[in-house]
Design a protein around this ligand. Structure first.
Ligand SMILES: Nc1ncnc2c1ncn2[C@@H]1O[C@H](COP(=O)(O)OP(=O)(O)OP(=O)(O)O)[C@@H](O)[C@H]1O
Length: 341
């Protein structure tokens, strides 16, 4: 478990002080994929660099499995870092070394015996899907392949924690998805905790279990991905939710003009996970003998299942509406009456 307590980071203390991270408290459970999202300058890089002691907090502590990383120095910090891998946006590969040599490098530094290194490199090459490219130079690889080397290198010492600093931001959408699939696979297979920073909600949607939203150095919202997607609290979180393809476009939202024009009740249903599988519109139509009009709908996929929203209109009596809302509640479908007249 990782615990960040009362973290602050102030650069250039004095008149020109910049508070990059301001009073951040987070708890990340073992085996989670935890996303930290924010726009440029929000403080994400500064924060993630404190997980492995690349940056020291001005105050507060970072504790990983009981060890205070922020207080560790010298040999203790070096040992702790061996168990923390890091993947970078621009890969940070050694250009004069082959794929295999890049992956082997950190094990050589750690003094791992040669035969063990050879076996581990072969295993990692297989894991990240680079078989046949062992002797290629980084300059001969595509962006996705370079990041696969970056991931293999980060996993070499069998870390307990993998940090990803905008790991897919330099990649095209298709390659991004392939790298995210690889990270998800590694997480599930080895129960490896992954903390990633990103400015793309797509990354959070596709693989994260929980997400923290950062703005001006602070965590302004935090929670399970499904719940943040379905009930974003802050304006910045709503902006991020809109980034994701199915929720991309403002015009893709329900048009409130429609609500004004149509008679009766308009209800917005929010489905989570298994409730997306229920034939609810059909059931309501049969039960109440009402022609329900589907005005608008959208559905999206996350690492924890699907969620969706549906806007229905029907000319109901107040009593029918009450009863419909009770039925929906029994089906674990959230319902909000947008209007009723
Ligand atoms: N070494 C430093 N010295 C002074 N200011 C810094 C330093 N590193 C970061 N900052 C400042 O701290 C703030 C947060 O920067 P940080 O890089 O952590 O944000 P970010 O969310 O990662 O953004 P980006 O994705 O653009 O890197 C910014 O105002 C930045 O200018």
């Amino acid at each position: 478990m990782i615990v960040l307590r009362d973290i602050r980071k102030v650069f250039n203390p004095g008149a020109a002080a910049i508070t990059a991270v301001d009073d951040v408290n987070l708890t990340i459970e073992k085996g989670q994929i935890y996303g930290i999202i924010g726009y440029s300058g929000a403080g994400k890089s500064t924060l993630i660099r404190m997980f492995n002691g690349l940056e020291q907090p001005s105050s507060g502590s970072v504790t990983i499995d009981g060890q205070d990383i922020s207080a560790a120095r010298g040999e203790a910090l070096r040992q702790a870092r061996l168990k923390i891998g890091m993947v970078f946006q621009h890969f940070n590969l050694l250009w004069s070394r082959t794929v295999s040599e890049n992956i082997a490098f950190s094990m050589q530094i750690a003094g791992v015996p040669k035969a063990e290194i050879t076996a581990r490199v072969a295993e990692l090459i297989e894991l990240v899907g680079l078989k046949g490219r062992e002797n290629a130079w980084p300059a001969q690889l595509s962006g996705g392949q370079k990041q696969r080397v970056g991931i293999a290198r980060a996993l070499a010492n069998r870390p307990d924690l993998l940090l990803c600093d905008e790991a897919t931001s330099a990649l095209d959408p298709q390659t991004t998805d392939a790298i995210l699939d690889l990270l998800l696979d590694i997480n599930r297979r080895f129960k490896l905790t992954i903390v990633l920073i990103t400015h793309e909600m797509h990354v959070v949607r596709k693989i994260c279990d929980r997400v923290a939203v950062m703005e001006n150095g602070r965590v302004v919202e935090e929670g399970e991905v499904l719940s943040v997607f379905t009930h974003p609290q802050q304006p910045i979180t709503r902006q991020f939710v809109r980034q994701v393809s199915q929720f991309n476009d403002e015009q893709d939202d329900f048009d409130p003009q429609l609500a004004a024009e149509l008679p009766g009740a308009i209800i917005r249903l929010t489905f989570l996970q298994n409730s997306t599988h229920q034939p609810i519109v059909g059931e309501l139509t049969l039960r109440y003998g009402l022609p329900f009009n589907i005005l608008h709908g959208k559905i999206t996929q996350t690492a924890h299942g699907r969620f969706g929203q549906l806007w229905l209109q029907a000319a109901t009596s107040p009593e029918q509406l009450e009863s419909i809302l009770r039925d929906l509640q029994q089906h674990h479908i959230e319902a909000e009456v947008v209007k009723h007249d």
